[in-house]
Design a protein around this ligand. Sequence first.
Ligand code: ASP
Length: 590
Amino acid sequence: MYRTHTCGELRIANAGSEVTLAGWVQTVRKFGSITFVDLRDRYGITQMLFNESLNSRLDETPLGREYVIQVKGKVVERSNKNSKIPTGDVEVEVMDFAIMNMASTPPFTIEEETDGGDELRMKYRYLDLRRPTLRRNLELRYKVNRSVRNYLDTQGFWDIETPFLIKSTPEGARDFVVPSRMNEGQFYALPQSPQTFKQLLMVSGYDKYYQIVKCFRDEDLRADRQPEFTQIDCEMSFVEQEDILQTFEGLFKHVFRDVKGVEITEAFPRMTWDDAMWHYGNDKPDIRFGMKLKNLKAEGRVHAEVLNAVDFKVFAEAETILAIAVPGAGEYTRKQLDELTEWVKRPQIGMTGVVNVKCNTDGTYKSSVDKFFNEQQLNDLAAFCGANAGDLILILAGKETRTRKAMSELRLEMGNRLGLRNPDDYKPLWVIDFPLFEHDEEENRWVARHHPFTSPKPEQIEWMGNPDKYKEIKANAYDIVLNGTEIGGGSIRIFQRDLQEKMFAALGMDKEEAQEKFGFLLGAFEYGAPPHGGIAFGFDRLCALLGGQETIRDFIAFPKNNAGRDVMLDAPSAIDDKQLDELQLIQKKA
Ligand code: ASP
């Protein structure tokens, strides 16, 4: 037997017993004639005490960091207890030990806070994974996985696997492709998600399906994306949007309770996409704090009276003017305000400046546009913005899309600065009634906002085929948003062949192309397809959020770096000529 206990197990109650432990040497500390060794495994750390009698053996083969050793000894109470670790009341007085494997000096320290840079840690990921931080992350991931499965099991869902070698199903990203040796000149695609398969399973009558499954998308890796990532993918038949929202709200409540001990009793708020864009400037609002956007001027919406009376060119010419009232920031210094101006000028934000109005506690105002506004006008402006004495009003003006985006970022930034975005405060919500289409300006065509299988609102189906109406058509689609991050989304699907064909046509696909790409699905819809709908959640992201961290990479055992590379494997890599020949591939020379 290699061990009787783990390195995280021994307590004062074990004092007196003889034990065998095995693990990795974390540290070796020599004090005169005695040596302390911290022994580590997945479960924790236990202190070993090597007495004088073992010195000659230690001298012969000194123990190094990360050696794998087995230790036999007696558990004793420590005189100098360590309250920071669960085993800190005891130590093991070593009677005998064996070195099971030596180790080279690791390239970085294997501790909570390490000195290794990102690349180095990725290269030696198997060592990085020994660090308690990552170990805790993977433990959390496992617990979330188990909790999700338990809940879905109680609800009658079946986990059904779907293939990875498939035909391309567009979900807005590029496919990874795999050449087929046996079918010369032909390629499989890796699934961007199991979307069409789960719909086919509904046609087969498996009315509650789920899978915790890898998805592959060949996207430019914007911050914190992975080319392969994991979804909790679900589909149900004979359901309306309400059934789906209820079922998966239940899932979230269950997971929060199970994994975090957090009880969310109230129903998740629901916000239409229009409202989210209007009040928060984006479709994944962080509702942990207010500071809603006030639209001083926007196409087709009310104008604040006050602006019409003011002779200020910047405002007069702007397509959109948005304001927020930042609570309690009326004391901002000149320096802080200048710094905010620099912040909005950064290329990611792209504004030329920010107008500020300080609402002084004595009821007066101080603003960067004092020249153009009189006191009464500033007062009206403050009233329109819902600003109180002591608040700071920030205003951005410019082109609609950019200004909205910039204001939504500025709002989040101010939320950060004011400490209003506490990661332990979980505020989930549903965003509903998304537009069905989005206009791709570059290609000048309509694309599906969610994906081409999403159904329009029933009362708007008649508009399909009339592009003038596409901007207005809303989908039976929904996202779940947690603390400003979208963690899942789905829709009620189209399940009739003719409507699906209309959808493909609206997206600019002619009959032949639709048949060639999606003949299997259109065909299936002719054999009794039930009404159905579903949702998928970003599992990596959910774990990161529950772990109170931002990067999904730290919640994936073997992730890729920002360039999509696995630096440990050194992949992707070239393949040899023999392999290329077998696959009938010729590489284009640069
Ligand atoms: N397949 C969709 C996605 O990956 C989710 C869904 O509609 O269920 O976003």
